[in-house]
Design a protein around this ligand. Structure first.
Ligand code: SAM
Length: 290
């Protein structure tokens, strides 16, 4: 046994940040997790297995990445900030099952990258997300032709509440509807602001969304269904009929006909509808269009 213990991944990450004089950029949501104990707990909650292929968004200093690498078969990490390259190079130097791709996750061709790294098989998402684009990232991932089997992510508590909201509740929104069409969300852990470096001004929740094995609804045209969801919540004070007219160029008669075919009230507001009703409205629009 060597005289000196190998430095912990946490120490390596902290030293690398210091050595390369890395300064966090607030606008990129760079609130890092630098506690091996806390990340270990989160990864326990995510129940990773040695066969898992994981897509991580925003590896930051790479501590979560290094700990994921120990537990999984392969990790693909997408990081926007090239300034982290020397830090990640050092922290991940002995992780031969990690690939870091530098680019904006919202502009990255995730399908091609995942295909290349994971050989077209199933993959999971685990990440401490940059909060300023949480919704955009989730909407992108869940609408992919081959979406992940589940998504374990850190989000702001308010975002978690919205994602978990139920139809007709105050928080029910397009994001919740689209994500619950993809899967079933639940909270894995509550994480206080002090756990991050630097601490954000919000409390966070680590949540998991499991992709439905059997779809809860099966719209005839998935793209149109997603458009419908966004239109239904677009102007909350307006009736669904008015939102439909604006989004799909329907006249009053057509909007009425759509709602009648879907079996929903004429003066209903979009936010009162559950996924089944939204799906029926989308299918009724398909009928008019065909
Ligand atoms: N995973 C690290 C951790 O837990 O310490 C860092 C998490 S930090 C909240 C978010 C990370 O996402 C940062 O490293 C940031 O540079 C990166 N990021 C921000 N915008 C991004 C984007 N559009 N695409 C990819 N990564 C992004």
């Amino acid at each position: 046994m060597s005289q000196y213990a190998t430095p912990s991944a946490e120490l390596r990450a902290r030293v690398a940040l210091e050595k390369h004089r890395f300064h966090n950029t607030h606008s990129l949501g760079q609130n890092f997790l630098l506690s091996e104990g806390l990340i270990g707990h989160l990864l326990d909650e995510a129940a990773l297995s040695p066969d898992d292929c994981v897509l991580e968004i925003g590896p930051g200093a790479g501590l979560m990445t290094a700990l994921l690498a120990r537990r999984c078969r392969r990790v693909l990490a997408v990081e926007l900030d090239r300034g982290l390259e020397p830090v990640l190079g050092e922290v991940l130097s002995d992780c031969d099952n990690v690939m870091v791709h530098y680019g904006d996750i919202l502009k990255t061709d995730v399908v091609t990258l995942a295909q290349r790294e994971f050989g077209g098989g199933d993959y999971r998402v685990v990440a401490n997300l940059p909060y300023y684009i949480t919704a955009d990232i989730l909407l992108k991932l869940t609408a992919l032709p081959q979406p992940p089997t589940d998504i374990c992510i850190m989000v702001q508590r308010e975002a978690a509440e919205r994602i978990m909201s139920a139809p007709d509740g105050k928080q029910w929104c397009a994001l919740a509807a689209e994500l619950q069409y993809y899967g079933q969300p639940r909270v894995l852990a509550e994480v206080p602001a002090e756990a991050f470096d630097p601490p954000p001004h919000v409390t966070s929740r680590f949540i998991r969304i499991d992709r439905h094995e059997t779809p809860v609804v099966t719209p005839r045209d998935e793209q149109l269904f997603r458009r419908l969801i966004r239109a239904a919540f677009a102007m909350r004070r307006k009736t669904l009929a008015n939102n439909l007219k604006a989004a799909f160029g329907l006249d009053q008669q057509q909007a009425k006909a759509v709602l009648a075919t879907a079996g929903v009230e004429e003066r209903v507001r979009g936010e009162a509808l559950d996924l089944g009703e939204l799906c029926r409205v989308a299918d009724a629009i398909c009928d008019i269009a065909s």
